[in-house]
Design a protein around this ligand. Sequence first.
Ligand SMILES: Nc1ncnc2c1ncn2[C@@H]1O[C@H](COP(=O)(O)OP(=O)(O)O)[C@@H](O)[C@H]1O
Ligand SMILES: [Mg+2]
Length: 409
Amino acid sequence: MLDKAWKHLMKDGVGIMGMYGMGGVGKTTLLMQINNKFSEERCGFDFVIWVVVSKELHVEKIQDEIAQKVGLDGEKWEKKKKSQKTIDLYNFLKKKRFVLFLDDIWEKVDLTEIGVPFPAPENRCKVVFTTRKRWTKNIRTRSRDPQLAKDIARKCGGLPLALNVIGETMSCKKTVEEWRHAINVLTSYATEFSGMEDKILPLLKYSYDNLKGEDVKSCLLYCALFPEDYLISKEIIDYLICEDIINGSDGIERAENKGYEIIGDLVRASLLMEEDGREVVRMHDVVREMALWIASELGREKEAFIVHAGVGLNEIPKVKNWNSVRRMSLMKNKIRNLAGSPECLELTAFLMQRGELVNISSEFFKSMPKLQVLDLSFNEHLTKVPDGVSDLVSLQYLNLSDYRYPSSP
Ligand SMILES: Nc1ncnc2c1ncn2[C@@H]1O[C@H](COP(=O)(O)OP(=O)(O)O)[C@@H](O)[C@H]1O
Ligand SMILES: [Mg+2]
C-alpha cells in the first residue's frame, strides 16, 4: 500500500493526492509512513509540513501550524490578521518546494484562503490529504474458533481499529457461547444504529459497554474533553477524584492508585494508547468521537458535553440550553473574555486551561451550583483570581497555576 501510494505521489504530474476511508481504516498510519519516507529521503523538498485538520476547520489554526513548521511564527506573527497571514504564507511558500500533509479533512479545505500555493507541475509542490468516506477492506484477525473469529472480523468491516479494540474485548471471552453472544450483540448494534454515517462507532461502543465499572467508563468519556491527539497526563485522575468518580475518602494515595488502575484498564482494552516510557496516554480520534457520541446520549443530548478544545476559537461557542451542559471543555483556545452569567445548573466540570483569557466577569460563575472541577491554569494573561469563584459552592478542584500574580506591595 505504501509503495503504491508513494509511486503515485512521486509522479511528476501529481500535485494533490487524496486518500479516502472511514475512521479506523488506517489512513493516518499510511500518511505518517509517507511523511516518514519524505523525512528520510527529502527528495529535493524544502519543507515537509504535517497538519492535523480535525472536524472543526479553522483556517487560522492551520495557518499558525504551517507558520510554526516553516519558522514564520513568533510575536509579530501572532499579531497579524488572518488575511495578512494568508499573504505572508503565500509569499513565503511560493518560492519553496514543499509537501503538505493534511490529515483528516472533513470539509473542503480552501488552499488559497490558507495561503498555500496550488500544487502544480511548475512548482513541483505536493499536497496529500486523508478524509473519511465509506469504504471497506478485508483484513483477517487472530482466531480462536476460525469461523466465529471470521464472523467477528466481518462485523468489524475489516477496520484495523475496530479489530484491535474488539479483539481485546473478545480476548477475555472464553466460550463459544460468549463469542456467539458477541456476534448477536454486534449485529443488533449494527441494525440499531444503521442510520449512522460512521459505521465504526457502534462497533467501538460494544467495547465500551463491555468495560467493567462505571468509573472506567466515565474516565474514558472524560478523556474526550481534551483536544484531539493530546497527551493526557495524570491531571485527569485529580479531576476524577474531585468529581467523586473515584472515591477519595480512603486517602489520596489510594484514590490515585485506583486512577492508574482505571487508565491501565482502558489501555489494555485498546481504547487508550500508552506513549512509550512516558506517563501519558493518547486517545485515537475515532475512539474520541465514539466517547463524545456516548456522552451526548448517542446524539440525543448534543449539549451534554460541549467540547471545542484546541481549535483556535476566539469566543465562547453558542449554546442553546446551558442547563443541559454537564461538562464543558474550551481548553487551548484564544478566547479572551468570559462574560455574562449563563445558568448552568448541571455543569460539573469546566476546563479552560492553556488559553489566552484576560477577563472573567464577576457574574460568570454565579449560576453553576454543581461545578466541582474548574481548570483555568496556564492562562498567563489572567492577573487575578476571578471574583465569582467564591460563589461556587460545590467546587472541589480549582487550578489557577502559572498565573502571573500581581507582585505584592
Ligand atoms: N495496515 C494495518 N494493519 C494493522 N493495523 C493497522 C494498519 N493500519 C493501521 N492500523 C492500526 O489501526 C488503528 C487505526 O489506524 P489509523 O491510521 O489511526 O486510522 P484512521 O486514520 O483511518 O482513523 C491504529 O491503531 C493503527 O495502529
Ligand atoms: Mg486518522
